[in-house]
Design a protein around this ligand. Sequence first.
Ligand code: NDP
Length: 379
Amino acid sequence: MDSVPPVVGADVSRSRIPRNTRSRGPDRPYPTGADAGDPSQKAEQASSPVVDMNNEHTSDSLPPQLHQLIVVGGGVAGCTAAMYGQRYGLDVVLLEKAAPGGQTATASLVENYPGFPGGISGFELAQRVHQQAQEAGITFLTDLAKALLPQGPCWTLQGEVDSYCAQAVILTLGAAPRRLGVPGEARLLGHGVSFCATCDGFFYRGKRVAVVGGGNSAVDEALYLTDIAEQVYLIHRRHELRAEAYLQERAFARANLEIVWDTVVEEVVGQAELEKVRVRNVRTEQVSDLEVDGLFVAIGHAPQTAWLEGTLDLEDGFIVTDHLMHTSQAGIFAAGDVRNTPLRQITTAVGDASLAAYSAYQHISALSEMDVASLMGQG
Ligand code: NDP
């Protein structure tokens, strides 16, 4: 592509501090949930202040519109980065592949996010953050990011539906639930196997369920399920839980929660629906069957960054950043669970996102309009 328009709108030639007022941006309501889920309506939703200098192009051949900032991922980190970017006066677009909310929306109760004594459901917290971003006027687009290509001083983000060009990109891709990788797991997904107790737990009222894992997620899900199911087994591969002490104490005190120590899942068994879980005690090597109606796998999350291999430095799949969220490429930033960080919490995701927006703003400020136009072949 050799003709990309200069960005219009915010004056990026001098620094400004975020204001506590609504910055410029599309003064229009956010699309409803229904149209947000339809990538084909993306074009109608894109109302951010960008220009297309190539008016002679037909709608089929339009070059990507140039934005100042594209945020990829609609969880709490993405919404926060977008809101901060907009407070810096940037033209911001947020790309989300499906429903916004991210992993936060699946947590039954979030007790360690400041400002909510007694806790708040993850779903409600995610909804509130999303609503706040909507009210701030962020443009939400639905598309699946597939590649990032350098374009002069900018980046072209290729999506499944369309391409987008931006002076800076913030990646807040989160992570997807890890799978056990045992026979039967994939086949019975949605038929007894689940990765989200808060989403699917109510199907198991009065039934027997098992949760796999020993971290915060697994114990949190197991505790949640004890209020619904008759009996909950927590299958853990070691003899010590990784979960924080307060969660462990609650788990040990719950009468209908049994911890199956030193045990791994060998197979998920069932025809049309889950019937039982074949487990192996790693100390005794004894194999046995646990008859349950539901199996909740909560063994952590893995970043979905395969599409970034070769573009960014990754460490075990997580995007390598510095303390200001710069990645190995100028103009690309990462925040939240997708980056290499020792702590993956909502609080850290939100902090990362604010810093990423700050760094993106600094980066964009350093690119004058002339730089952008000339380096894109128009100067
Ligand atoms: P974690 O990585 O903390 O825990 C994963 C658990 O799954 C570990 O117990 C691990 O076992 C086990 N595991 C991993 N792979 C396998 C496997 N193949 N087979 C069997 N077991 C396996 O992930 P979480 O999702 O629990 O937590 C992720 C982050 O989110 C953490 O930082 C956590 O603190 C945070 N979080 C916070 C919450 C809160 O504050 N309320 C709620 C949920 C999550 P092992 O211990 O042997 O390695």
